[in-house]
Ligand binder design. Structure first.
Ligand code: 6PG
Length: 240
């Protein structure tokens, strides 16, 4: 059963998300010696990453045991303004003592299909024969119902085998790299961060509307063994 937590405003949402990140990291490190987390892109998580970078939260994370991945990436260079890696590195990771080799970015500068295969190889190398069970995957929600770069009607929604694919986003006329639903659904904890009145209608469709994953890919996210969590602010929850 999904956990839905409504926070009064964006800062309260960011603080709740940062606290959850810390708790997940502590539990994972205590359990198996490392914390494997996949970050979300876009604008919503930025306040969470800023909050996480403050001493109040960052001092409770054993960064030397953290491995950071991304749920999706734009097909751009790592120093491009649209890069999800650049955003998270600039706001959070550059302020942390995380070992550089434990920052596992998607290589958006490569040819998309090559980049997707390279990232999948990196994940297989990291998880080895074990199931690719991320301790935490953070996700955002687009107004069209997409999450990561799983866009309505796109080919990546049909992927059953691969963990990472290149996916053409028709609406954006752009290639993206994205984790697939089969991979995301292996995680121990999948947490959506949703903020703002512009997300109220899509959040209602996802949580209370008809099950139509082809049109609302965020509905494909149903962790097989893990916990699904929604951290939303009051503006986004206005229609629930
Ligand atoms: C991206 C994200 C994408 C994002 C949603 C919501 O690369 O943009 O992975 O899935 O989470 O589009 O974006 P906002 O948080 O900017 O509304």
């Amino acid at each position: 059963m999904a956990i839905i937590k409504t926070l009064p405003d964006p800062l309260a949402l960011a603080r709740a998300a940062a606290a959850h990140f810390v708790t997940c990291s502590q539990e994972a490190i205590a359990d198996h010696g490392y914390f494997a987390v996949a970050l979300a892109g876009g604008s919503t998580p930025q306040l969470t990453y800023e909050t996480l970078a403050t001493v109040e939260f960052a001092s409770h994370i054993q960064w030397e045991k953290v491995h950071v991945f991304w749920g999706d990436e734009r097909c751009v260079a790592p120093n491009h303004a649209d890069s999800n890696y650049r955003m998270a590195f600039g706001i959070l990771l550059r302020h942390s003592p995380i070992p550089v080799k434990q920052i596992h970015r998607m290589e958006g500068e490569l040819e998309p299909k090559e980049a997707a295969q390279a990232y999948e190889d990196q994940l297989r190398g990291f998880f080895g024969p074990k199931a690719p069970r991320f301790d935490l995957i953070l996700l955002g929600l687009g107004e069209d119902g997409h999450t990561a770069s799983l866009f309505p009607g796109s080919k990546a929604l049909e992927e059953k085998k691969h963990w990472v694919v290149a996916n053409y986003a028709r609406r954006l006329s752009a290639w993206r790299l994205t984790m697939t639903a089969p991979l995301i659904n292996q995680a121990s904890d999948v947490t959506f961060l949703v903020s703002g009145e512009n997300k109220a209608e899509v959040l209602r469709r996802v949580l209370a509307g008809r099950y139509a994953p082809e049109d609302i890919p965020a509905q494909m996210i149903r962790p097989e063994h893990g916990q699904l969590r929604w951290l939303v602010d009051a503006a986004a929850a206005a229609l629930l």
